[in-house]
Design a protein around this ligand. Structure first.
Ligand code: ATP
Ligand code: MG
Length: 583
């Protein structure tokens, strides 16, 4: 535990200290990547509790991923010690779930209600739409898309003591709207509310916040409009932009000093976002000055295989000693390298779409480099995870730790998938799906100790990236969405091509807003890097059923060529007219 007292804010710079020690009332912190938003948030909470006599149980900190919540909780433990346990740190989903648990009867549920599994959602949709048993799975899926969110669907779920994952925030919103006295109780309980990544709030989450926090309440919202990347899930950056009109006498603090990235990386990122920045007068000043800092590398690859090879070769060079391993000795622990080079956990490979991961995973695995691959998708959306979770829940007779049970049940399930004729309940499930599920659920199980209920709850509301273990000595393979909020000494951003960044599906025209959001995603990717950043693009790629010529991403042309060290192939061609129009 750190010393509490005047020293508490010593590790913040002047502006961060202003932001952390401000009096109550609505407050917006507008700050670019790596400026210490998350650091300021934790110190703010610690300062309130340790210096101003705020009770930890009156504090509610909301983040977007379970992983981020976990990190916040650890940092608060470090600053405040055991009293930090009384602070509620939660994702929106988990918060909604907690409110529902407290008020189950009021929404027609028993205290033991569960979140519906995919099979249950489909069964309920079929029932509500009057589909008979003979209906095909496609038909049923279409019915689900039609009825999800309707009153009839909700009623049928409730009759089975279930809620849909998508209702975890909307149900509490309805409950608190129809019961103002209940809303008052929550307002009295959480007098101090903090939201990280506020730029990604969606209308339902926003409605919940409004119910939990009066217009002049102590809402501390932190974010960066230029990192708003979730509009495809309904997030609206406009909530951030109109904070001052939503909340009474809202104050605003800006943080502009970037502590994360080297000066060349920061300059590259700033140029990349400049054409569509949502922050007037945006500034990001490097706190780090190192004249030796390496330039950002732009690698042009003839093919996807060559791009993957470039990643492997470069990792080999960076993680000194790896090249001496013997391939048949299997995986290597890079931390054991004698020359103190980088370790695998310092490295991330980022990409726009999950489909791009396969070539990279293949190449890294062949080279004996351990990986952990995570997307931003929900855990339950993976078929292997749903099946494994079901088996773990019913395998109560097994002894041993929860993590051991996950592994054991996984082995049995994988073996069964190899003999589908014996069991058709997990039809279509492949052993590798199960292995992936074990890989995802083991860190979760370890975190939950032996608390099966907590494990199931986290699993039901979690995303794949929640299962990222920052301590594991493996290279992280992440979608750009999953990488938000994280930082790594070395970052590869692969597939910087028109059609992937910005992502374009065949026949679909992109609006200016779509392109701006893709550019923000590019910006998020660039700003994850601390010391070394490698961008790459391939000139040919298999997409939409055939091999295509790929042009470099138009976003690259916003970057001063002098900032980039070009490697491999010819310099990227000038963007064609069509791409220029997209800018
Ligand atoms: P993002 O927008 O990507 O979420 P952020 O603004 O939340 O970024 P943090 O993750 O809080 O940034 O901080 C980025 C890095 O800078 C961290 O490694 C953090 O420890 C470091 N840092 C922040 N503030 C300071 C400071 N005053 N002195 C030294 N290091 C700092
Ligand atoms: Mg952050």
């Amino acid at each position: 535990m750190e010393e509490v007292g005047t020293g508490l804010l010593d590790r913040l710079d002047a502006m961060q200290r202003v932001a952390a020690s401000a009096p109550g009332g609505p407050m917006l912190i507008v700050a670019g990547p790596g400026t210490g938003k998350t650091r300021t948030l934790t110190h703010r909470i610690a300062y309130l509790c340790a210096e101003l006599g705020v009770f930890p149980e009156q504090c509610l900190a909301i983040t977007f991923t379970r992983r981020a919540a976990e990190e916040l909780r650890q940092r608060l433990d470090g600053l405040l010690g055991p009293v930090a346990e009384d602070i509620t740190v939660s994702t929106f989903h988990a918060l909604g779930l907690a409110i529902l648990r407290d008020n189950a009867a009021a929404v027609g549920l028993s205290p033991e209600f569960r979140i519906a599994e995919e099979a249950e959602r489909l069964a309920v949709a079929a029932e509500v739409s009057g589909l008979g048993e003979a209906a095909s799975e496609r038909d049923v899926r279409r019915a689900l898309a039609d009825v999800a969110g309707s009153d009839a669907y909700g009623k049928a779920l409730r009759a089975r003591d279930l809620v849909d994952l998508d209702e975890l925030v909307s149900l509490p919103v309805s409950l608190l709207t129809t019961s103002p006295s209940l809303a008052d109780e929550y307002r009295a309980r959480w007098r101090w509310i903090f939201v990280d990544e506020y730029q990604d709030v969606d209308p339902v989450q926003y409605a919940l916040l409004r119910l939990l926090c009066p217009p002049d309440g102590n809402l501390y919202a932190i974010g960066d409009p230029d990192q708003a990347i979730y509009s495809f899930r309904g997030a609206e950056v406009s909530f951030f932009l109109r904070f001052a009109s939503d909340f009474t006498d809202a104050r605003m603090v800006r943080l502009t000093r970037n502590y994360r990235s080297s000066a060349p990386i920061l300059a590259t990122a700033c140029q990349a976002i400049a054409p569509t920045t949502l922050v007037p007068g945006r500034r990001l000043d490097p706190a780090r000055v190192d004249p030796e800092a390496p330039q950002v590398v732009l690698y042009s690859a003839p093919s996807v295989a060559d791009e993957a090879d470039f990643v492997v070769r470069t990792i080999d060079e960076l993680v000194g000693g790896v090249s001496h391993r013997s391939l048949d000795s299997g995986r290597v622990d890079s931390r054991s390298t004698p020359d103190g080079g980088l370790s695998f956990s310092d490295i991330a490979v980022l990409y726009r779409t999950d489909a791009q991961a396969a070539a990279i995973v293949d190449a890294l695995s062949r080279a004996g480099i351990p990986v952990q691959k995570r997307s931003h998708d929900r855990l339950l959306d993976r078929p292997g995870v749903a099946a494994l979770a079901r088996e773990v829940r019913f395998a109560t007779g097994l002894s041993g730790s929860l993590a051991a049970r996950v592994r054991l049940v996984g082995q049995v399930l994988a073996a069964r998938c190899d003999q589908p004729a014996l069991d058709d309940t997990d039809h279509g499930l492949r052993p590798e799906d199960v292995h992936m599920a074990v890989d995802l659920l083991t860190p979760l199980a370890l975190r939950c100790g032996d608390d099966l209920e907590r494990f199931l709850r986290e699993l039901a509301t979690g995303a794949e990236v929640d299962a990222l273990d920052p301590r594991a000595d493996r290279v992280a393979l992440l979608t750009l969405h999953a990488a938000k909020g994280l930082e790594f000494p070395v970052v590869f951003l692969v597939g910087c091509e028109d059609g992937l960044l910005p992502l374009r599906h065949p026949g679909a025209e992109l609006s200016d807003d779509d392109i701006a959001e893709e550019r923000r995603l590019f910006f998020v990717g660039l700003t994850r890097a601390q010391d070394r950043l490698y961008l790459s693009h391939t000139r040919k790629r298999f997409r939409h059923g055939s091999e295509r010529e790929m042009a470099p991403s138009p976003f690259l042309s916003s970057i001063d060529p002098g900032l980039l060290e070009r490697r491999g192939g010819d310099a990227p061609r000038k963007p064609r007219d069509r791409q220029l129009r997209l800018l």
